[in-house]
Design a protein around this ligand. Structure first.
Ligand code: HEC
Length: 254
């Protein structure tokens, strides 16, 4: 009796450990999505990641960096080495110093990290009305609510309510702390053109770019989860075997 109970407790803790869901309490209730990468058996949807990368590249990248991701990491979303080479070649970065002690510009290589849209933080602030557009590499991990928060934020723009004291150059967003944000709504229907036939609606774009940024925040999620599941099965098997052994060893003792 006691044994069964303790096994259940152990399994419960194991399950909680593997199921990495967020449980932070939110002020405004987030729009919850059924993400394919959530849950114990979570997997990324590669075509959504590729569409999301396109959105990042064509929309978000003019203001936000992805400094923890290198171009060659894009093999993880299913791009080929040649595609990655030509993507990297579109960007110019500052390298050096060379033998003469001088800095020089060169094309980015697949091994380089994503080139930042601004040369420094001050330039970034100047271009954005004093607000700093944060790096998005780890954003999904950095905010309570994770992917649901980002998705809600991208869908949370509204007109200012009449009694709201709006500051200059700010936009009303229900999900942003304080409800006003310096980022104008970055997406709208058809702001990108998908080449796989998917309808580029506002919601679809928000979903795809959120998936992509969930991937940049944890590219090794699939390995982690499948290791977790394997470990769980191994432990269950081990427990059953140990119970068998225990029965055998103690069978003659009363
Ligand atoms: C025109 C520049 C610009 C573009 C384009 C842009 N952003 Fe932003 N973004 C900003 C600025 C500025 C801030 C900081 C807002 C603030 O501090 O009020 C910000 C903040 C954010 C935040 C942080 C919110 C938080 O909780 O702190 C996220 C997430 C974000 N942007 C995502 C995106 C995504 C995804 C895209 C592309 C679909 C995008 N942004 C496109 C300028 C931009």
């Amino acid at each position: 009796m006691l044994n069964k109970l303790s096994i259940k407790i152990v399994l419960l803790f194991l399950f909680l450990g593997v199921n990495n869901s967020h449980s932070a309490s939110e002020k405004m209730e987030l729009i919850e999505q059924n993400w394919p990468f959530n849950g114990v058996f979570g997997r990324f949807d590669k075509s959504s990641l590729q569409r999301g990368y396109l959105v990042y590249k064509e929309v978000c990248a003019s203001c936000h960096g992805l400094k923890h991701v290198s171009y060659r990491d894009l093999t993880g979303i299913g791009l080929t080495k040649d595609e990655i080479k030509s993507i990297a070649g579109e960007y110019i970065l500052m390298d050096g110093p060379n033998d003469e002690g001088e800095m020089f510009e060169r094309e980015a290589k697949p091994s380089d990290k994503f080139v930042n849209p601004y040369e420094n933080d001050n330039q970034a602030r100047l271009a954005n009305n004093g607000a700093y557009p944060p790096d998005l590499s780890l954003m999904v991990k950095a905010r309570a609510g994770g992917a649901d928060y980002l998705f809600s934020l991208l869908n949370g723009y509204k007109d200012f309510p009449e009694d709201f004291e709006a500051s200059d150059g700010m936009y009303y967003n229900e999900y942003y702390p304080g409800k006003q944000i310096a980022m104008p709504s970055p997406i709208m229907d058809d702001i990108v053109e998908y080449n796989d036939g998917t309808d580029a609606t506002h919601v679809q774009i928000a979903r795809d770019v959120t998936s992509f940024l969930a991937w940049t925040a944890e590219p090794e999620l699939e390995e982690r989860k499948s290791l977790g599941v394997k470990t769980l099965f191994f432990l269950i098997l081990l427990t059953i075997m140990l119970l068998g052994v225990k029965r055998k060893v103690w069978k003659d003792v009363n």
